[in-house]
Write a protein that binds this ligand. Structure first.
Ligand SMILES: CC(C)(COP(=O)(O)OP(=O)(O)OC[C@H]1O[C@@H](n2cnc3c(N)ncnc32)[C@H](O)[C@@H]1OP(=O)(O)O)[C@@H](O)C(=O)NCCC(=O)NCCS
Length: 192
């Protein structure tokens, strides 16, 4: 049996499938990501941050997360409609990292979240050689919890009264996925 390799993309760094391109986040994505981060449902289910006032504010916050991070966007017709981030930890936690994910309301349920997650996990497993990937998700975010479970994440614990929404408190789960050692040296990610 002959297996044909996928068509090479015209633009380096892109993975394309069915009109969706997965690529590294670029400076020009600022406006689109500001829209995503400030959306009503993203604010409700996806983040503990307040809305960002400007692209610059969002950039300052992203910069504050440090340099050792891998950020991708889901691109449809040149616009970033989804965002994913992998942040490896350092020192004696350099075998592990955390991820974050979000897709614009208008583009949900098209498997963009799944594609972003798959790319982050492949990077964590193959490139960075991470053994443990963790995340925090609000306990009422059933869609995200289901998505993470499908990719092998398990709930490890509950943070009670994790978030305030007006007068209400919401719990959060810590979820993690353990994968076997791949042979890459820990910390190799930083040089990629
Ligand atoms: C979670 C999120 C990233 C999923 O993105 P998405 O592109 O819609 O995900 P997919 O299309 O790949 O769908 C993933 C699964 O969720 C299901 N799903 C998606 N939206 C759904 C909805 N509104 N109701 C029920 N199921 C839904 C899909 O059917 C799919 O399940 P399946 O594979 O069993 O069919 C997106 O809903 C989101 O951005 N939410 C707000 C931010 C957030 O919660 N981020 C996670 C922070 S930890």
């Amino acid at each position: 049996m002959t297996i044909s390799p996928p068509e090479p993309s015209a633009t380096p760094g892109y993975f394309r499938s069915n009109g969706l391109a997965i690529r590294r986040r670029a400076e020009r994505d600022g406006g689109a990501l500001l829209e995503l981060f400030n959306e009503e449902r993203f604010q409700h289910f996806g983040t503990a941050m307040e809305r960002f006032a400007s692209v610059e504010d969002l950039q300052v916050w992203l910069d504050s997360l440090g340099e050792a991070k891998f950020e991708i966007v889901g691109d449809v017709d040149g616009k970033a409609v989804g965002y994913g981030r992998l942040q490896p930890f350092s020192d004696r936690q350099s075998h592990s990292g955390r991820i974050f994910l979000g897709v614009c309301e208008a583009f949900r349920r098209r498997r963009i979240g799944s594609a972003l997650l798959q790319c982050l996990l492949a990077t964590a497993d193959i490139l960075a050689g991470l053994q443990r990937i963790q995340l925090t998700v609000f306990s009422d975010n059933d869609v995200a919890i289901q998505l993470y479970r499908r990719f092998g994440f398990e709930v490890e614990g509950r943070h009670r009264r994790f978030l305030r929404r007006g007068a209400e408190f919401v719990d959060a789960f810590t979820m993690a996925r353990i994968c076997p050692r791949t042979g890459r040296p820990y910390g190799a990610f930083k040089r990629c």
